[in-house]
Design a protein around this ligand. Structure first.
Ligand code: AP5
Length: 215
């Protein structure tokens, strides 16, 4: 099974992607995580991507497709993939389609997490992450047991640079302009698109996604 977790910034793609990857033993391929890893390591790609990400804009399609191809080349046969935050443009969707066809794979579904803009801005203002083990928390919905400290590894928690309100608003505008049209592209190609209300309890959203995938 190969699926896309789709939706605006902060819709819960990473949260649900991790849970589904554990539930089904699938690979979660997050282009945002790959880019943040390159930023942390200070690679040339990371240095270039950082400026784009901090501005809330999209990293060029060719760069993203190169990253995805690299991961997919090392993919074990039979393990499904959850694409998280990719594709984000029609050109990326076309690239993914060519890549999967070349590997003899197909896309089974697009799961679209739907959350209103104001809820997203509030949610992302409360997001914290662990720079050491990458665990994600939220001050409003999933706070750490000890304020500011990672439950898993005890490191001090941080905020993502692109979670400032003006950057979140720009990311939402970019989503509407460049990413939302990808849904129509898949519908036109008869790939099932399931819209799931993402503004509910995290466990309820997960249960809905599992129900859909079980079909
Ligand atoms: P990326 O990291 O992909 O960011 P994003 O898509 O904007 O998504 P987020 O990671 O912000 O949110 P999410 O939907 O994963 O939500 P999460 O589960 O964390 O990309 C970052 C940047 O990299 C982009 O802006 C771009 O520059 C670049 N980039 C990445 N991919 C690219 C591509 N393909 N092409 C070009 N550029 C690319 O949840 C958010 C918070 O809410 C958390 O605190 C969580 O705990 C909480 N939460 C989750 N679910 C719920 C719920 N149901 N109720 C309450 N709180 C919840």
């Amino acid at each position: 099974m190969n699926i896309i977790l789709f939706g605006p910034p902060g819709a819960g793609k990473g949260t649900q992607g991790e849970r589904l990857a554990g539930h089904y033993t699938m690979l979660r391929l997050s282009t945002g995580d790959l880019l943040r890893e390159a930023v942390r390591k200070g690679t040339p790609l990371g240095l270039e991507a950082r400026r784009t990400m901090d501005a809330g804009e999209l990293v060029p399609d060719a760069v993203i497709l190169g990253l995805v191809k690299e991961v997919m080349a090392g993919q074990r046969e039979g393990t499904g993939v959850i694409f998280d935050g990719f594709p984000r443009t029609v050109s990326q969707a076309e690239g993914l389609s060519t890549l999967l066809a070349g590997l003899g794979l197909r896309l089974d579904a697009v799961l679209l997490l739907d959350v209103a803009d104001d809820a997203i801005v509030r949610r992302l203002s409360g997001r914290l992450f662990c720079p050491s083990c990458q665990a994600v928390y939220n001050l409003y919905s999933e706070p750490p047991a000890v304020p500011g400290i990672c439950d898993r590894c005890g490191a001090a928690l941080s905020q993502r640079d692109d979670d400032r309100e003006e950057t979140v608003r720009r990311r939402l505008a970019v989503y509407r302009e460049q990413t939302a049209p990808v849904v129509a592209w898949y519908r036109a190609r008869q790939v099932p698109v399931h819209v799931v209300a993402g503004d509910r309890d995290i466990n309820e959203v997960q249960a809905d996604l599992v129900r859909i995938l079980a079909r």
